[in-house]
Ligand binder design. Structure first.
Ligand code: NDP
Length: 322
């Protein structure tokens, strides 16, 4: 089978397509014939060695396809099931071995593309809006990179929960995408001071919560967008890692809460995983949540997919097809 293999960390050129032996599932594992693999920022962190994985490895933490073999003791899925998953490494390949506990069945109306696109960005948007700070009617939130894969889904889920959504984007085209996703207000943060703009848009009050995936470029000003006792939710670092911070800053800016959540700690049990995935899949099937597929690359051009993602060009989900 074909698989992408990383033998040394580095730039996108380390993503090499190789012929690999067909893997066999062990106890509690299933083999999935991958139709579509999701491309996520975390894959670039693995490739760069920022989040180290033992070498060599096959990248990719998200995929959709069909179960074609199961190991001993697997109860969650059976051979022939159409499935999707996130948070198991090795999806940039024609076949992947996946712990069966992270596999979810795709219902009707959820094809492999949507399945592969939903499991990291969709589940992340779900836990951010429904668990980390559970948005409610009347809340205001700021969503950075609101036309991005996760951002545009977070905007839609925030609207489903009744919040007023202010989004930030870098270009006119991305502004259109953020507005189409439902953002009430959109700020071009590359052109104006977004903290001032948020103050203006909220009558000087600020927002209940900032969802910040951009990191170092936005973090400090994001704190200035919050109401007293507001929630600073730092969930990514597309522009670079936020340095160590003095907790006194949270006191000075109004008794703020700061969290740095991860998806892994929001799918701890089978019922939590299935609950979130079912919400996402139902919203997709009912037309309440639209996943914007931006670009699809062939598996052997994983290098092109990473180059595209890191060039700040993405306007939705990037996928690899086998
Ligand atoms: P996106 O599709 O959102 O792409 C990243 C976006 O960030 C870009 O489109 C761009 O939007 C913005 N951006 C700002 N500065 C930069 C920069 N210097 N380089 C690149 N992009 C920049 O990607 P994802 O949805 O896949 O991921 C977004 C973030 O969410 C990542 O940081 C990722 O690690 C994180 N994440 C965290 C998870 C968690 O559980 N904690 C799970 C999933 C993702 P614009 O041009 O409008 O500024």
């Amino acid at each position: 089978m074909r698989a992408i293999r990383v033998t040394e960390v580095g730039d996108p050129s380390v993503l090499t397509c190789v012929d690999a032996p067909m893997p066999e599932p062990g106890a509690g594992e299933a083999r999935v014939r991958i139709e579509v693999a999701g491309v996520n920022f975390i894959d670039t962190y693995h490739r760069r060695g920022w989040y180290p994985l033992p070498l060599p490895f096959t990248p990719g933490v998200e995929g959709a396809g069909v179960v074609d073999a199961v190991g001993e003791g697997v109860t969650e899925v059976a051979v022939g099931d159409a499935v999707a998953y996130g948070m198991s490494t090795g999806s940039y390949a024609e076949y992947a071995i996946v712990p069966s506990r992270v596999l979810v069945k795709r219902g009707q109306g959820v094809d492999a593309q949507n399945g592969a696109a939903a499991m990291i960005q969709g589940m992340t948007a779900h836990y951010l809006a429904c668990s980390t700070y559970p948005l409610k009617e009347g809340d205001s939130c700021l969503v950075h990179a609101a036309a991005g894969g996760t951002g545009a889904l977070l905007v839609q889920i925030a609207k489903l929960r009744g919040a007023r959504v202010i989004g930030t984007v870098s270009t006119e085209e991305k502004e259109r995408i953020a507005r189409a996703a439902g953002a009430d207000e959109v700020i071009r943060y590359t052109e104006v001071d977004f903290a001032e703009a948020v103050r203006d848009l909220t009558g000087g009050e600020g927002v209940e919560v900032v969802y910040d995936s951009v990191g170092i470029a936005t973090f400090d000003k994001s704190l200035d967008c919050l109401k007293p006792r507001g929630y600073m939710v730092l969930f990514g670092q597309a522009s670079g890692v936020v340095p160590t911070l003095d907790p006194q800053i949270l006191n000075q800016k109004g008794s703020l809460f700061l969290t740095r959540p991860t998806l892994a700690s929001h799918m701890l049990t089978r019922s939590e995983l299935e609950g979130r995935a079912n919400d996402i899949f139902n919203w997709i099937a009912e037309g309440q949540l639209e996943i914007r597929i931006d670009r699809t690359f062939p598996l052997d051009d994983a290098e092109g997919a990473h180059t595209y993602l890191e060039a700040r060009q993405t306007k939705g989900k990037v996928l690899l097809t086998t």
